[in-house]
Design a binder for this molecule. Sequence first.
Ligand code: ZN
Length: 190
Amino acid sequence: MTYRNKQEQTKPEVTYQTLSDFLQNTPPNKLGHILDLAVPKNAGPYPSVEKRINTPELRLHCPHELCKGVRFFRCVDLLVDKKSLDQGTLNYLYVRYQCSNCKKTVKVYSLAAQIDTILGPRGTCYKLGEDPPYGPPVSPGLIRLIQPDSDMFMQGRKCENQGFGIGAFTYYRRVVENQKNRILEKIVKV
Ligand SMILES: [Zn+2]
């Protein structure tokens, strides 16, 4: 086996995902390889891209009383560090999305993005943060059930959403230990 073959075999395989999947389903402090990071300019034999970030439609949970479910969110504002996404340098940006149904709920992402090459839309994106915080909504019924320890439960939720499973387990275990009698009573009632 030649040295080159060996190198190719040990090279980790990169998995690409769409920008909407990355924004919706990736917790903060994670890097993603994005299929459609830049806006495509022209198709045909010589495709190229406009050096600006794509802002795809997203499907997110909207807690507003008019919605209370998954709705379309569209980009309403884009604040960029530099005008263009240059190859080889990071562009820091804020992307502001708004619920298209109630027009009230807003979601903001803080990202660092960079295109792979000006010939295609692929690139890498780092999610620095998001507001409101990442994670599926917690049912109000669950919060009521564990009321005296809901703050501790939410700390665990925060850990779980950031990928710190062991930290989350410690919080959840304390909630269950404190509340085991109440939870059992509720189960017996059901
Ligand atoms: Zn809404």
